[in-house]
Design a protein around this ligand. Structure first.
Ligand code: TYD
Length: 224
């Protein structure tokens, strides 16, 4: 799988967060967002996929994918919807902020499609990558943190957290979550560039501190 980075000439820093369900990404991102905002007021935004901050089109697509429990969506439709929502999200939100020299924190991005649709749903990473090339037009993250947590631990966290919405994908059987876990592990080995694996079974504070260290290191490079 070849990764092109033709849309890399923006002035910002694009950081994505990945991992199996229940890895604690959202809480980690919240904490990092507040931390970075103190250091760089007005220069940090956060968003998520599927959907996106202030993006009604992408959010509507999110609803189709995640909340229509009675739809039988076939994998390729699901993959196309994720990619479509991503294209809109990039155009309306991510690129304008990056072009403005800001730090964009994104909860899930293209790697989720490579793993969930490509590996777990069996479409194949190459096919999903090709589909996403249309949406990305060369925009790959500068840094991707993969928060790893075993399916048994992740699923326990999901069921414990009543504030979190429980969506269609969360209902999937354990075998899908196991495929996701193995998929991330294999991806990190095969395509390590720009990807940092974080042990998300460690205490929350340790996870946040570790990620802060990596971001600060990157920012030093980025600020030069
Ligand atoms: P969400 O409620 O945002 O939860 P999470 O905290 O796990 O990110 O649910 C998003 C779900 O959508 C999650 O199970 C992963 C899945 N997903 C894909 O299958 N492909 C994708 O490209 C993306 C962005 C998400």
């Amino acid at each position: 799988m070849k990764i092109e980075e033709s849309r890399k000439n923006h002035k910002g820093l694009f950081i994505t967060f990945e991992g199996p369900d229940g890895s604690g990404k959202s809480s980690v991102i919240n904490q990092l967002y507040r931390y970075l905002l103190k250091k760089y007021p007005n220069k940090v935004v956060r968003t998520r996929e599927p959907g996106g901050t202030n993006n009604p089109i992408a959010e509507d697509i999110r609803n189709i994918i995640l909340n229509k429990l009675d739809y039988k969506i076939i994998p390729i439709t699901e993959a196309m919807l994720f990619a479509a929502s991503r294209a809109q999200h990039i155009h309306d939100f991510i690129m304008p902020h990056l072009n403005n020299g800001e730090i964009v924190l994104c909860d899930r991005f293209v790697h989720s499609s490579l793993i969930y649709q490509g590996v777990a749903r069996g479409l194949g990473q190459e096919r999903v990558k090709k589909l996403n090339d249309q949406a990305l037009e060369g925009l790959w993250p500068d840094l991707t943190f993969v928060l790893m947590v075993r399916p048994s631990v992740g699923l326990k966290r999901i069921t414990k957290n009543n504030q979190r919405e429980f969506n269609r994908l969360d209902r999937e059987e354990l075998s899908l979550h196991q495929k996701v876990y193995r998929g991330y592990k294999a991806m990190v080995k095969k395509y390590p560039k720009g990807i940092i694996v974080i042990d998300a079974e460690k205490p929350f504070d340790v996870v946040v501190k570790t990620i802060k260290r990596y971001i600060n290191k990157k920012l030093k490079v980025y600020e030069k």
